[in-house]
Design a protein around this ligand. Structure first.
Ligand code: CA
Length: 431
């Protein structure tokens, strides 16, 4: 029997708190899960620094990847024998779902920003490079690794397959919303996925949802909207993220200045100097990153050791509402006052802005153009979701941005009350 068709003699199941069970019958999928590159995802948290806000949020990208695989497995098992569906694409869909986040590194958000990296490049490199994942995929058929890479890269010719994994209602989002809600313990993020899966239909170039499932889809859109503001952009999580970015900046800066570290930052050297190669990239996970942060608490550089202590011991920066666009003068004055106070403003005076577009209809040619959700009417006509749903229409295309200013309030409070600098800083910050 060809490797691509091989089944395990007995079905394997993973117990999962969100989907109850994750089912694996294909030998290929089982082999992919067993590779070191996939197992590494156990050591990368799904929600980065969110565990410092929601203590339950310790779940990993490994959990999430299995979840996305399971959702795609369920969707396409309903597609069998339907028009527009080619059963030959089944294994490709499953593999792409499982592997879509393979290139994520530790605390991806900050690492990508500070070191100018893109996890998607590393996903492609793992799929196509000299890796165990590549070996398994290559055994399926010639060119199969490239097909998986194309689906994840959204360039694969069959757009139906792409839309299962990346669209405004894809398996990726359906898994992370529910999983992140479960592990953070918030009451948002829940919607009737079973209902949505039952009414999904394959069309020539996308997955659509029967009109009868509209209210379940509305619930999904709203839960995404609420999760963004209640969980993903939580100001405390962002405080930890700010500190993390500043640690990376500081370590890099010190390295460039020729500072002698007590512990040679071996795992970071390729990040500091140029772009890490695949082997170097994969060697740095969150366990190792946190090990360095603990060691750097003992460094002589006061900024690096303070920032690491703040991250490790959760002494986060405090925040206030602050709009850098309309408060430029305050910003300039604060910058100067912080210097006077002996607090390096490049590290201790930080504006962070977050924004999200909850759902967007189709506006061709625009940047970040996104495929809208289509509902299938009983007469087989397709209608874009926001045209039928008032709830979705009310939040469509509306981008909201939230700005915060992060400061070490503890350090400011330590200054003597008679200090004019302190008085002026407090006046600007708190009025
Ligand atoms: Ca994902």
């Amino acid at each position: 029997m060809a490797y691509r068709d091989e089944k395990l003699s007995e079905e394997k199941v993973f117990k999962d708190p969100v989907h109850r069970y994750i089912h694996v019958r294909d030998r290929v999928i089982w082999d992919l899960i067993g590779t070191p590159e996939f197992q590494r995802l156990r050591r990368v948290r799904q929600l980065g620094t969110s565990y410092l806000t929601f203590h339950g949020a310790e779940h990993s990208r490994f959990n999430h990847s299995l979840g996305v695989y399971e959702i795609v497995r369920r969707i396409i098992s309903n597609f069998k024998d339907r028009p527009n569906w080619d059963e030959e694409e089944r294994l490709l869909c499953l593999a792409a779902a499982l592997l879509h986040d393979l290139g994520h590194g530790p605390f991806s958000h900050s690492f990508e920003k500070v070191f100018k990296l893109d996890h998607e490049d590393f996903t492609q490199a793992i799929l196509l490079g000299d890796t165990k994942i590549h070996q398994v995929l290559s055994k399926v058929e010639e060119g199969f690794p490239k097909k998986v890479a194309d689906v994840i890269n959204k360039t694969y010719k069959n757009k139906l397959v792409v839309s299962l994994i990346s669209s405004q209602i894809d398996a990726d989002r359906m898994d992370y919303l529910q999983r992140d809600a479960y592990f953070t313990g918030v009451s948002y993020g829940h919607f009737d996925m079973e209902r949505i899966l039952r009414v999904m239909r394959p069309m020539e170039d996308q997955v659509v949802v029967k009109e009868s499932g509209m209210h379940a889809v509305e619930d999904y859109i709203m839960s995404r909207y609420q999760m963004y503001w209640q969980v993903y952009f939580h100001p405390v999580t962002r405080s930890a993220e700010v500190i993390l970015s500043k640690i990376l900046h500081r370590a890099k800066e010190l390295y460039e200045e020729g500072y002698t570290f007590k512990l040679e930052p071996t795992h970071f050297l390729s990040f500091f100097t140029e772009k890490p190669n695949l082997k170097e990239y994969l060697a740095l996970d969150e366990s190792i990153t946190l090990y360095y942060f603990q060691m750097w608490m003992e460094e002589d550089d006061p900024i690096l050791s303070d920032l690491c202590d703040r991250f490790v011991n959760r002494r986060l920066l405090k925040y206030i509402e602050f709009n850098p666009n309309s408060q430029m003068n305050e910003w300039m004055e604060l910058y100067r006052l912080f210097q006077e106070a002996g607090l390096n403003p490049d590290y201790y005076l930080v504006v962070d802005s977050s924004s999200d577009l909850p759902y967007d209809f189709y506006r061709p040619g625009e940047e970040g153009e996104r495929l809208p959700i289509h509902l299938l009417k009983p007469n087989q006509e397709l209608k874009e979701l926001s045209r039928l749903s008032d709830i979705v229409e009310s939040i469509s295309g509306k981008k909201r941005t939230d700005h915060k200013l992060y400061i070490p309030l503890d350090r400011l409070e330590e200054m003597p009350d008679r200090s004019k600098t302190k008085q002026r800083i407090m006046e600007i910050l708190f009025g």
